[in-house]
Design a protein around this ligand. Structure first.
Ligand code: GTP
Ligand code: MG
Length: 199
């Protein structure tokens, strides 16, 4: 039996919405950082974790979150929702702004406990993922890879996708769907997050 504790979310506040590098939050609270391509399901995933319907704003229109949103959890750590990268249909200037914001965030950020990398289970790793992730991997952060929208794939396809990422990149991978009514995976991830926060 798994006796690890899950993170119980009692209190949550949107504590900062940051559009520019100079406004990045500089404090030493532990941070769980969520990152992934546009429309991969980051905000939906955070909502599922915190058990709130639309706290982190979601959209079927890509490129919704163009800011970094810091959610203060139990007044003791942050969940950080990063803007999606890799969206072709915003201007070059805007996409450069997002890339600079993300890379400066990783240069300056203190006390990252875990980076949750979200990958669309239908697409796998794309070039834009590799570009951004190579920077994170070099920093040596603890990582968890979540294959999102797993309801869109057959189980056999999901297994292959999971193995690919595990074998090629040595990643810790879990498949997830916000449509699932089964709470087991959510609890597993919240345990993993809690463990990361404690260490
Ligand atoms: P940006 O902030 O724009 O980069 O997007 P995001 O990564 O935050 O994605 P968001 O959570 O806004 O979700 C994008 C779309 O995918 C929405 O229409 C969600 O309802 C849908 N979506 C997210 N997770 C799942 C999932 O597990 N299954 C299915 N079928 N759809 C999902
Ligand atoms: Mg979002």
């Amino acid at each position: 039996m798994n006796r690890e504790k899950i993170l119980k979310i009692r209190d949550i506040q949107l504590s900062a919405t940051v559009f520019t590098v100079k406004n990045l939050v500089e404090d030493s609270l532990g941070k769980i950082v969520f990152i992934g391509r546009f429309n991969v399901g980051k905000s939906s995933f955070i909502n599922k974790m915190i058990n709130r319907k639309n706290f982190a704003r979601t959209s079927s229109r890509p490129g919704k979150t163009i800011s970094i949103n810091y959610y203060l959890i139990n007044k003791m750590c942050y969940f950080v929702d990063l803007p999606g990268y890799g969206y072709a249909r915003i201007s070059k200037k805007e996409s450069q702004r997002v890339r600079t914001l993300i890379s400066t965030f990783f240069e300056k950020v203190e006390n990252v406990k875990l980076v949750v990398v979200l990958i669309d289970s239908r697409r796998g790793f794309m070039d834009s993922d590799k570009e951004i992730l190579s920077k994170i991997i070099n920093k040596g952060f603890r990582m968890l890879t979540v294959l999102t929208k797993s309801d869109k794939l057959r189980n056999s396809e999901l297994v292959i996708q999971k193995k690919n990422l595990q074998n090629q990149y040595g990643l810790n991978v879990i498949a997830f769907s916000i449509k699932s009514t089964d709470d087991e995976k959510r609890e597993k991830i919240l345990k993993y997050i809690n463990k990361a926060l404690m260490e």
